[in-house]
Design a protein around this ligand. Structure first.
Ligand code: NAP
Length: 345
């Protein structure tokens, strides 16, 4: 039996949910692929690091983190190695980049992936920073080194957007992409339409986990711009960075704007768009009054949608309904399975 060894950089919400999904499906996957799957390293900022070439006991790692919020110091392989030390020295076939997004530069996740590639290792990222800031460079580096680079989770979690286009819409050129990708602004606009006071909306949003303590990144459209960039870099090979997106947030939208749009049968949404113009891909994130019958207008709260216009297959739309952390875990898990598909002998 062959072995696939994984190094997890980060063990927060996404890392833990992936570990649980792997535990639940491990036997089935191992039998299907005749491959043993071992997690040989997990690094965190404050919970400690585990490195064990024979495989970490994931059940125990999860239990410790859930009960104590850190790994137990008596776990075999407990150490204080940093992400970079793990990347450079641990025994693994693929890293999983599960550290927080740096929306301004994509770092240090870009360097994590560069480090793995330079050792001839594969990379799976849930972190969209590297896709938004350095996709072409990392893609070429992976090709040069003959390794795989997967990133399905970076936009709409495990919903197959990138896999759909790469694996099933073969030879289609993507002419345009549009979508509703930011749940915070979606939620706020929807509640404003119900004439609820802004403070009350924000309070409920925070309580339900839609709104960050500092919501500026969402409200001013930076998060949507990073997602749009990642989408367009992969689907349209746009080779752009988030600062090149023509971006406008919802901070200036008033109840009156929403009311006037309603009178015309329209709904204001933070629309993300990419299209070709003069051999370049233009990216726009802007509050837009969409006709109520437009499918994008009906997407609410944490539901997201991407519509892809192609030359051969017309327009295809994919909706992710109110995702939870399991959908994130599935994105990482499905990339791992894809890696098994590509690398099995
Ligand atoms: N959660 C989602 O729904 C979701 C969906 C799609 C994509 N993603 C992406 O997936 C990634 C992970 O998300 P998450 O929700 O799991 O984040 P999270 O809960 O904040 O976990 C991040 C993990 O990275 C570790 N970390 C942070 N800085 C580090 C450093 N300098 N060195 C070593 N480890 C470090 C943290 O360590 P500590 O444990 O010590 O804090 C933690 O384990 C993000 O890029 C996110 O955008 C998340």
């Amino acid at each position: 039996m062959n072995t696939l060894k994984l190094a997890l950089l980060g063990f927060g919400n996404a890392g833990q949910a992936f570990a649980q999904m792997l535990l639940d499906k491990q036997e089935e996957v191992e039998q299907t692929y005749n491959h043993k799957i071992l997690v040989t390293a997990i690094s965190t900022r404050s919970k400690g690091t585990l490195v064990n070439p024979k495989g970490i006991d994931l059940e125990r790692a999860l239990k410790d983190v859930r009960e104590m919020n850190h790994f137990s110091k008596v776990t075999p392989g407990y150490c204080s190695l940093s992400n970079f030390e793990v990347i450079e020295s641990a025994d693994y076939d693929a890293i999983m980049e599960l550290t927080p997004l740096n929306i301004e530069t994509g770092q240090p996740a870009i360097d994590h992936i560069r480090g793995a590639f330079s050792r001839g290792k594969h990379a799976i990222t849930a972190n969209k920073g590297p896709i938004a800031w350095a996709f072409e460079e990392l893609k070429s580096m992976a090709e040069e080194k003959g390794v795989e680079f997967f990133y399905e989770t970076t936009v709409m979690d495990g919903t197959p957007i990138f896999n759909l286009v790469e694996d099933t819409l073969k030879f289609c050129q993507i002419e345009e992409v549009s979508g509703i990708l930011n749940s915070t602004t979606n939620f706020i606009l929807e509640e404003m339409a119900k004439k609820r006071p802004y403070d009350e909306i924000m309070e409920e949003g925070r309580a339900r986990g839609f709104v960050e303590a500092d919501p500026a990144m969402d409200i001013e459209g930076y998060d949507a711009a990073a997602k749009t960039t990642a989408l367009l870099n992969v689907l349209m090979r746009a080779n752009i960075t988030p600062d090149q997106v023509d971006r406008e947030g919802i901070e200036h939208i008033t109840e009156k704007d929403i009311e006037e749009a309603e009178k015309e049968g329209r709904v204001i949404k933070l629309l993300c768009r990419g299209y070709r113009e003069n051999n370049q891909v233009k990216a726009v994130v802007k509050p837009t009054a969409l006709p109520r019958e437009n499918m994008l207008a009906s997407v609410d709260s944490t539901t997201s949608i991407v519509s892809i216009t192609t030359d051969l297959m017309g327009k295809v739309s994919v909706i992710e309904h109110a995702p939870e952390i399991e959908q994130t875990a599935y994105g990482i898990f499905s990339d791992m399975v894809r890696l098994l598909d590509r690398t099995r002998k």
